[in-house]
Design a binder for this molecule. Structure first.
Ligand SMILES: Nc1ncnc2c1ncn2[C@@H]1O[C@H](COP(=O)(O)OP(=O)(O)O)[C@@H](O)[C@H]1O
Ligand SMILES: [Mg+2]
Length: 225
């Protein structure tokens, strides 16, 4: 796919003929410098925006011609999101925040047991009834991970999930995401400008000037077109 923002003098080719596929269960890092096109790529995969040219297939579905309504429900069912800031709703408890995607999906009834299990898995059993503004940044990001997983999504998408955390906390969050990915055979696509933090992962894709390359050693990168 390609993504072009603006027109004429303001035209920016944020993604330039990028093509790759990711297998179920893969933990994939998207790396690259600021402005290279990482968030644009993640927004296309997350169906938050449309490519100018090309298609996004998720779990066997060509998402190109889905209506806006269909996209919303598809996104809610198939995708989990983790952002740089946890984006928890501060009026709700931690548990209620984790349950929110199920509330939206209309499947809240069967969800609470699952939410409690996820909160236990991310180490927040004793925090789940606190309001979301009463926990630390690291705890909030743990809650966001649980929320991202509650719908059993095909893919979890994370944009700079450790970007707002100190290095000790961010190391713990990285470990947690990798552990959850492995235990659940959960596909993760994680954007970061901090490749070192993540250690061993299944796959690294580097974005440079809107082009995608396999791997992270610039001399040996194979362009993905
Ligand atoms: N909504 C937008 N409108 C116009 N240009 C944009 C928009 N979003 C991103 N860009 C431009 O696209 C390029 C890639 O941006 P982005 O995907 O945010 O990069 P990254 O996440 O790697 O920092 C940049 O040149 C940026 O300025
Ligand atoms: Mg970005």
């Amino acid at each position: 796919m390609s993504k072009i923002y603006g027109e004429g003098e303001n035209k920016v080719t944020a993604l330039d003929n990028v093509s790759f596929s990711i297998e179920k269960g893969e933990f994939v890092l998207i790396v690259g410098s600021s402005g290279s096109g990482k968030s644009t790529l993640l927004n296309m995969i997350g169906l938050l925006d449309h490519p100018t040219i090309g298609k996004v297939f998720i779990d066997g579905t060509d998402t190109t011609n889905l209506t806006d309504d269909k996209i919303s429900s598809f996104r809610n069912k198939k995708l989990g999101f983790i952002f740089q800031f946890s984006n928890l709703l501060t009026d709700l408890t931690v548990l209620e925040n984790v349950l929110l995607p199920r509330e939206i999906a209309g499947t809240i009834n069967s969800a609470e047991k699952n939410a409690r299990e996820l909160l236990k898995a991310v180490g927040l059993s004793d925090q789940m009834n606190k309001r979301a503004n009463k926990i630390s940044g690291g705890q909030a990001q743990r809650a966001a991970i649980a929320r991202g997983l509650i719908n059993n999504p095909a893919i979890v998408l994370a944009d700079e999930p450790t970007g707002n955390l100190d290095s000790v906390t961010s190391a713990k969050i990285v470990d947690l995401m990798k552990t959850m990915a492995k235990n659940l055979n959960q596909t993760f696509i994680v954007v970061t400008h901090d490749r070192q933090h993540f250690g061993d992962v299944d796959r690294v894709i580097t974005i440079k000037d809107g082009k995608a390359f396999e791997g992270n050693a610039s001399s040996e990168m194979e362009v993905l077109v």
